[in-house]
Design a protein around this ligand. Structure first.
Ligand code: IMP
Ligand code: MG
Length: 179
């Protein structure tokens, strides 16, 4: 009989480190976008990062959401990207910053940047809380990165596994161990 698997969480980046880093990124974005910014957060994972990052800014900021689905219920990308919710506002002529939780294969953001570029923003850049550079299969240029992490599956601070764990305050590695 095969042994049962048990999930355990190990803190990788504490809530305090996240908050400190978000303040640093906010200060950089403040300095780079003095005319204001149009934030586009990718549902649902980027919600917590967006809400802290937006409050770290002192420049005028508009907020919109876009829904993208590229994952099934597992831990790897299906390779297929689908728009599940479009923006409410036009981005034409605006300085747009896409806010994402994590860049993994790059498939999602590579696709989304092409879609958004067609809508003629004045500028278009990306802020991602986490980056797993080892996993990249499609190129993505990320202007603001919170933390580079190794190739491990993480949850918390917006990130989920099968829709669970998003509300954890820390970013944790989800490990499966034998019971
Ligand atoms: P990509 O298209 O492979 O870059 O995947 C981006 C999306 O995959 C992210 O927005 C996350 O929703 C999800 N994802 C990638 N790595 C992880 C992880 O370690 N934990 C949770 N979700 C992840
Ligand atoms: Mg996501």
């Amino acid at each position: 009989m095969s042994p049962a698997l048990q999930s355990s969480l190990r803190v990788l980046i504490s809530a305090e480190r996240i908050q400190e880093r978000v303040r640093e990124l906010g200060a950089r974005i403040d300095a780079d976008y003095q005319g204001g910014i149009h934030l586009v957060a990718i549902l649902k994972g980027a919600c917590f990062f967006l809400s802290d990052l937006a409050r770290a800014l002192h420049i005028p900021a508009k907020i919109d959401f876009i829904g993208i689905s590229s994952y099934g219920k597992g831990k790897t990308t299906s390779g297929e990207v689908r728009l599940t919710k479009d923006l409410d506002m036009s981005i034409e002529g605006f300085d747009v910053l896409v806010v994402e939780d994590i860049v993994d294969s790059g498939v999602t953001l590579n696709y989304l940047m092409k879609v958004l570029q067609q809508r003629k923003p004045r500028t278009l850049r990306i802020a991602a809380l986490l980056d797993k550079p080892e996993r990249r299969i499609q190129p993505v240029d990320v202007a603001y990165i919170g933390f580079q992490i190794p190739d491990q599956f993480v949850v918390g601070y917006g990130l989920d596994f099968a829709e669970q764990y998003r509300n954890l305050k820390d970013v944790c590695v989800l490990e499966e161990t034998e019971r």
